[in-house]
Design a protein around this ligand. Structure first.
Ligand SMILES: [Zn+2]
Length: 470
């Protein structure tokens, strides 16, 4: 029986290992405004048909056996009660406070779902059928294609069949070279993560070290990685070093030799549009002299230079490429993230260097479906950022820091519950990933990478159907 090290540092016996996420109720001090307002007018004659009709228990009978105040937070807006009331005494309307949440990208409905996932760890049920857009831009511009079934669907979510969500991040050499029985080529540098989701570093906030602790603990519980700005590192994070990925600007590397020495992975943050191969090679040399076994991820955030820089990174010997498009740009142009992942992935494939590195993408991730969609476009894994801050109370901030009036504030007392909320969110997203994989009959998420045939693109469909007509 083979034993292996997981990312959380546990040694497990291969045959018996099944990844499990511990989900627990995690209500939070910050609550969302109720979605609906339920009003009962004075012409109510108290015959209480609504109590019978409502399956969500919004209407109930009080101690005086009269109709009590409706529990608005339970209302799902099905309008059964308004239909059965013979007096037309009930009115349900959308709460304007709820409508004001978020923006055109992080919509109130998306925020509501994120809160539900973080609180319960369950999958939000939309009711009858698919409630989202059937065409749109960015991640809304394509859907999963479950028609290409090569074998029956799998039941991943209830665990009757095991579907693996494990990914390997790092560099794989083209081939292994042996001299006699001695391996002479470079040993593959890989990190195995049980889920294709890592945590990106948060925007600057007043929560400071508490939030860093929350993220480190969460990454440890999930067996994944948390990206942390090198300057935010402090000794309290030491127990979690195995799950941390310090992010360092290459020209500031000299300030963090110890951190580089003791980390197993580091992210070099290149923000320029053009980076030369010589520069990158020199940066890698510096890092590997301090720590020869370290895995190096290069993060790029200039969309224009992305394809070029990705190729240079592979040729320079980087292990992982992180393509990051900031959320504000995605909000303005949702296609930008979809096009960027597709372009980088296909460029590396065309140049036959795709399999030498892993690709992580981030930006515009706002719901569970965006994880498998990013993977279909060519990413090995995604880094989530704003979504986990939203479930901690952020009302959608962009840029480098949270707005001064942002309600997100993680205090020392909240650390456990804040971490549980992110754990729940990711558990729910993993279950939704399993649903997608199960529906496609896939046994592991690795098989989904770059499988564009598993998606239907609205733009392409439209061209096919209406291509010739004006
Ligand atoms: Zn915020």
């Amino acid at each position: 029986m083979e034993t292996r090290n997981t990312a959380s540092g546990n040694v497990f016996k291969e045959r018996y290992y099944r990844y499990h996420i511990d989900v627990r109720d995690a209500s939070w001090k910050i609550r969302l405004p109720k979605k609906f307002r339920v009003k009962i007018y004075n012409n109510c004659v108290n015959i209480q048909e609504c109590v019978q009709a409502c399956v969500y228990n919004v209407h109930r009978v009080g101690e005086d056996s009269r109709l009590a105040e409706p529990l608005e937070e339970l209302c799902r807006g099905c309008h059964r009660c308004t239909l059965v009331c013979p007096k037309g005494a009930i009115c349900i309307e959308l709460n304007p406070e709820f409508q004001k949440l978020g923006d055109s990208y992080f919509t109130p409905e998306r925020i509501e779902n994120l809160f539900f996932e973080a609180e319960t760890g369950r999958i939000p049920v939309s009711g009858a059928g698919y409630g989202g857009d059937f065409a749109g831009r960015g991640f809304n511009g394509f859907w999963f294609d479950f028609s290409e079934i090569v074998r029956p669907t799998r039941d991943g979510i209830h665990g009757r069949e095991y579907i693996s969500t494990t990914v390997d991040l790092g560099r794989k050499p083209h081939s292994l070279v042996f001299r006699g029985s001695q391996l002479v080529s470079e040993f593959p540098r890989l990190i195995e993560l049980p889920i294709p989701i890592i945590l990106d570093s948060p925007l600057y906030s007043s929560s400071g070290r508490n939030l860093s602790l929350v993220l480190a603990r969460t990454a440890n519980k999930l067996g994944t990685l948390s990206i942390i700005e090198a300057e935010d590192y402090f000794d309290g994070l030491k127990p979690y070093i195995f799950n941390l990925m310090p992010r360092i600007r290459p020209n500031g590397m000299m300030d963090y030799p110890q951190l580089i020495k003791y980390s197993r992975i580091v992210e070099l943050d290149y923000r320029e549009e053009m980076i030369s191969e010589d520069e990158m090679k020199a940066d890698l040399r510096y890092v590997r002299e301090l720590n020869p076994s370290i895995i190096v991820c290069a993060r790029f955030s200039s969309v224009n230079g992305m394809v070029c820089n990705a190729e240079i990174a592979v040729r320079s010997g980087v292990d992982i490429i992180h393509i990051h498009v900031d959320d504000r740009s995605v909000k303005h142009d949702p296609d930008i993230i979809v096009d960027t992942i597709r372009r980088v992935h296909s460029h590396l494939v065309e140049n036959r260097i795709r399999d030498e590195v892993s690709l992580v993408s981030s930006g515009g991730i706002a719901e569970a479906a965006h994880v498998p969609k990013s993977i279909i476009l060519g990413a090995d894994a995604v880094a989530i950022g704003l979504v986990y801050q939203i479930v901690l109370g952020c009302r959608v901030c962009y840029g480098d820091r949270h707005r001064d009036d942002c309600p997100m504030n993680v205090e020392e007392a909240d650390i456990g519950i804040a971490s549980q909320r992110i754990v729940n969110l990711i558990s729910s997203w993993r279950d939704q990933l399993l649903e997608v994989l199960g529906g496609m009959g896939l046994r592991e998420v690795r098989r989904l990478r770059g499988e564009l045939g598993r998606a239907i693109f609205y733009r392409e469909l439209e061209e096919k159907v209406f291509g010739d007509s004006e």
